[in-house]
Write a protein that binds this ligand. Structure first.
Ligand code: ATP
Length: 220
């Protein structure tokens, strides 16, 4: 029997918050994923150095999903040297899981719009499907999305649009599926700002993550 698609959610997770967790949970459910792996970046290449070292960000992700067996954590990017290029992570997973297993790269709309800046980005479609969720400020909830893309991204997406999550199981890679999640205008940037100013970030991220931040005096 064919095994179900594996979802992959990469991020800086500096720190992980409820937006990431709802994205993971809703993607798992809406897309019918057999499993969803969160992959904290070691050295994210597309942005400045994270405020927190990888080991802390990894520890926070582990705490955030400790009570949910369907969300697992892949620590390979944190533990590998050099920039965390998604294409390399996908190649590594592909080599381990074989050519037939459907892989689904989960992205928020902001990350998807920036895809042409990623290392060897056009190859991502040869390694995985891409599923894109709305994010407040980037994609209108409930409207078909993506509506406006850069010409190069638009060209790369031609002929890839899937209309139903079942289609993710029909091929190992190559499809593009927009999906809606509960809109949550939460960002790690805002949480870092709140904490730096001594304000409460309670309820924007899981309590065990806040406890970890306090215990290690992060972001203050
Ligand atoms: P920062 O504010 O530091 O840039 P962030 O909150 O955007 O961080 P990332 O770790 O950069 O978080 O995001 C990882 C992935 O999660 C990306 O694909 C991003 O689009 C998605 N994501 C993050 N927050 C949300 C949200 N509130 N709604 C939907 N997607 C989100």
């Amino acid at each position: 029997m064919a095994e179900g698609p594996i979802g992959l959610l990469g991020g800086t997770f500096d720190p992980i918050h409820i937006g990431h967790l709802r994205l993971a949970e809703e993607a798992r459910e809406t897309l019918g994923l057999a499993e969803l792996r969160l992959i904290p970046a070691g050295e994210p290449p597309h942005r400045g150095t994270p405020r927190c070292p990888g080991e802390h960000r990894l520890a926070m992700v582990r705490r955030a999903v400790a009570d949910n067996p369907q969300l697992t954590v892949d620590d390979s990017e944190v533990h590998s040297d050099g920039p965390s290029y998604t294409v390399l992570t996908l190649e590594r997973l592909r080599a381990r899981l074989g050519p037939a297993r459907p892989l689904v790269l989960i992205l928020g709309a902001d990350a998807f719009e920036g895809l042409p800046l990623w290392h060897r980005w056009e190859e991502l479609f040869t390694l995985a499907h891409i599923a894109v969720a709305n994010r407040p400020g980037y994609a209108p909830h409930g409207r078909r999305w993506p509506s406006v893309l850069s010409p190069e991204l638009d060209a790369a997406c031609q002929g890839r649009r899937l209309s139903h999550p079942d289609q993710l199981s029909a091929a190992p890679a190559g499809g593009l599926l927009p999906f809606d999640m509960t809109p949550l205008a939460i960002s790690a940037t805002h949480i870092r700002e709140l904490l730096a100013q001594g304000h409460s970030a309670r309820y924007l991220l899981p309590a065990p993550v806040l406890d970890y931040i306090a215990a290690h005096s992060l972001y203050s």
